[in-house]
Every structure is written in C-alpha cells, then in structure tokens.
Design a protein around this ligand. Structure first.
Ligand SMILES: Cc1ncc(COP(=O)(O)O)c(C=O)c1O
Length: 380
C-alpha cells in the first residue's frame, strides 16, 4: 500500500484516527516553532518586526496562496475570515437599475445567507437556486437562472453539506456571457482538489487555512482577478488598503487605493494567524495538490466500498469528477454512533441532513479507513 506522505509531521495522528480535515486540518509539529518565531521577532525586534519578518510573513502567505490558486502576483490579500472576504468584495459592487441581482444556491455555507441578505438594504435583490436532492446543484440550473439582471453569482466550489464538487467553470462561462461576475468559495476545495482560478475564470475567490490547508484559523484570503480589481472600490476599506497608509493625512478624501487586491485590506492583518498557517500550507505545497487529489480519490473510493458493504446511505456524489474530499454517510442513529466512535478515538463529525462526514487527507492511511468502518460496525 502507498505510504501516507508526511504523516510523521502531524502529532495528532499518533493520538487518534483523524478523519475530519474538512473541518479542521491536523497541525504539523513545525507550527509550534513558527509561532515561536512570531514571538521571538516581537520580543527581540519590537516595532522592527513589522518591516522585517512580520510583513514578510504576510507576503509569503499571499505568495503561497497564489501558487495554490495559480493566481498572478498581487491578486490575493489576507482576510480574517471568509465572511469578511465576501463582505469586502460585495461592498465594492453597485446595484444599478436593471442589474442588481445576487444569485446563490441553497447549499452555500451558512454565513452567506445572513451576510448577502444584509446587502438587500443597499438595493440588491437576492435569488436562490434550489437543489433538487439537497446534495448537488445542477450547474445548468444556475446557468438557466442567470439573466441580464444578474450582477453576481456566488457559489461554492465544493458544498459543505455533501462534499459535492461544482462545475464553476461552466457557471462562470455562462455568467460572463450575460455580463455577470462570479465569486467562488473554495474553503472546501483548496488543498484537496486542484484549483486554478485562471482556468475556472472566476472573478473573485475566497477560502482559508483551517481545513484542508492544515493552517488553523485566521489565515483566510480573497482573490480578485487582475483587470477587474482596478475597477473596484470597496466600501469596506481602511488604511492597510491604501497605496500610502503612512503618508495619508487628507481628511477630505478617501486616499488612493492600493494596487491589486491589497485594496480590500481594511486594518492590520492577523500576523500570528499567518505564522500559524505557514507550515500546514507548506506541507500541502510540498506533497502537491495533484498528488493529494489522487490519494484522496483512492481513500474516498475505499470509503464508498465500505459504505456499500453496510446498510448506509451515501449522501455524496459517487462520480470522481463530482466529489471533493469528504464523504457523507447516514443511517438511523448515526449521531449517537459518531459520539461512540469519538470515545474510541475516531474523529469525524456529524451534521443534520449530512450524517457522518468522513474526510481522509494525504496523511491518512488505508488502514485507518478500514479501522474506522470496523469500529462503526461495532458501534451500530
Ligand atoms: C464553504 C465554507 N465557507 C466558509 C467557511 C467559514 O467561513 P468563515 O471563515 O467566515 O468562518 C466554511 C467553514 O468553516 C465553509 O465550509
């Protein structure tokens, strides 16, 4: 059987059978040292940490994310969370007579509904495309809903409820034909599914580090396409988004926005969060997302074989091209079984309508998947 790459770098894997990377990726040992470096720079350099290692860490984060997304330099900026990234991007859009609709599906991440509904007060209309099976949304249903009135289509690359992979490229092509733009959410895809913002054609993309990138909370990003970004003037803005944050003194105007996606920064970036994310993202880059995807598909195939041998419902699409890194399985009593499994050291999670979400990453082994199902049979 193939070795699980870099497995010995993740201490948690010696403690438990960890199959919950869709929720929180395991942390590498080296992150402890990275956080120590953050502290040492502060302790020994004081304010000079800013123009030295702290700002270098911000830039290194942007560069790593650009590499993961195949995005040009200057198109990514760090955010505190995805909610903030979406809010900043939408704040730069203007609803006009005849083009004012934000189109979403009913499978987006929970945060998108209260957030986007908040923009209705600014003159946006919100339209929701409904999933027919509660797990997938046919891209053609989204395509059919895009009209000349659509300003923005906002959808996930992989849906958190089911692990279904969306054909964003098809949606983007149709949106552009109608003069609309697309904001993708890649939190459940980047790090486990190869993601190329250029090939997808998306106008903007958000995602973050605490799931498949093994980088912990607070290291999130917003990508905005070159060419589009120059036309956008975010209303959620601040001094870090200005070309000259220190030179700015004119209280009469707003200051000149920075070049590229940095204009979406508001205040001080979350430096410790970016230090914490460095090693996990580094591991993903070292293994390579193409290799990770191959391994993930093989491990999730194995989950499907086990699931089919048991009387459980699979709530994730079976076709390789239609699923991300997570498989949802459900049966009567699945919530209780998840609790029993946790006591035995098997870490997965449970959500209403999804059932048990099982997510192997590059560091998991075939034996762990087999052991998980043996424990599940015992616990039922
Ligand atoms: C698809 C998706 N988007 C966004 C988030 C998180 O958003 P935020 O960074 O605002 O907490 C999650 C999960 O935490 C998610 O699964």
């Amino acid at each position: 059987m193939p070795e699980a790459p870099l497995r010995n770098r993740f201490p948690l894997l010696d403690e438990v059978t960890y199959l919950a990377s869709h929720s929180l990726g395991a942390v590498p040992h080296a992150t402890k040292e990275a956080l120590g470096e953050y502290y040492d720079a502060w302790a020994t350099q004081g304010i000079h940490a800013w123009d030295g290692p702290w700002w270098e860490t911000v830039e290194a984060f942007n560069k790593d994310i650009e590499e993961l997304l195949n995005a040009p330099s200057g198109t990514v900026a760090p955010m505190l969370n995805v909610t903030r990234g979406i809010a900043g991007f939408v704040s730069a859009l203007e609803p006009t007579q005849g083009r004012d609709t934000i189109l979403m599906t009913d499978l987006e991440f929970t945060t998108s509904y209260p957030l986007i509904r908040g923009f209705e007060d600014r003159g946006f209309q919100v339209e929701i495309v409904e999933s027919q099976d509660g797990r997938t949304v046919d891209p053609e249903a989204i395509v059919d809903a895009i009209t000349e009135e659509t300003l923005l289509v906002h959808t996930c690359h992989v849906y958190f409820r089911s692990g279904a992979l969306q054909d964003i490229e098809r949606i983007t092509e149709a949106a552009h034909e109608k003069g609309a733009i697309v904001l993708g959410d890649g939190y459940q895809s980047v790090g486990i599914v190869p993601t190329d913002v250029d090939a997808m054609g998306v106008d903007a993309f958000v995602g973050g580090s605490h799931k498949w990138l093994c980088g912990g909370p607070g290291a999130v990003y917003l990508y905005v396409r070159e060419g589009l970004v120059d036309e956008l003037d975010p209303k959620l803005r601040g001094w870090f988004g200005l070309e000259e944050p220190f030179a700015y003194e004119d209280v009469e105007d707003r200051g000149r926005p920075a070049e590229g996606t940095r204009r979406f920064l508001m205040g001080t970036p979350n430096v410790p969060g970016l230090y914490a994310a460095r090693e996990g993202i580094g591991c993903v880059l070292e293994v390579g997302v193409e290799t990770i995807r191959e391994r993930s598909l093989s491990l999730t195939d194995r989950i499907l074989v086990h699931a089919d041998a048991q009387d459980v419902e699979v709530k994730t699409p079976r076709e390789k091209s239609k699923r991300g890194g997570m498989v949802c399985i459900d049966f009567e009593g699945s919530e209780k079984v998840t609790e029993a499994l946790a006591e035995e050291g098997f870490v997965v999670d449970w959500r209403p309508d999804c059932g048990i979400r099982v997510s192997p990453h590059f560091y998991n082994t075939e034996e762990e998947v087999d052991a998980f199902f043996q424990a599940l049979i015992k616990a039922r």
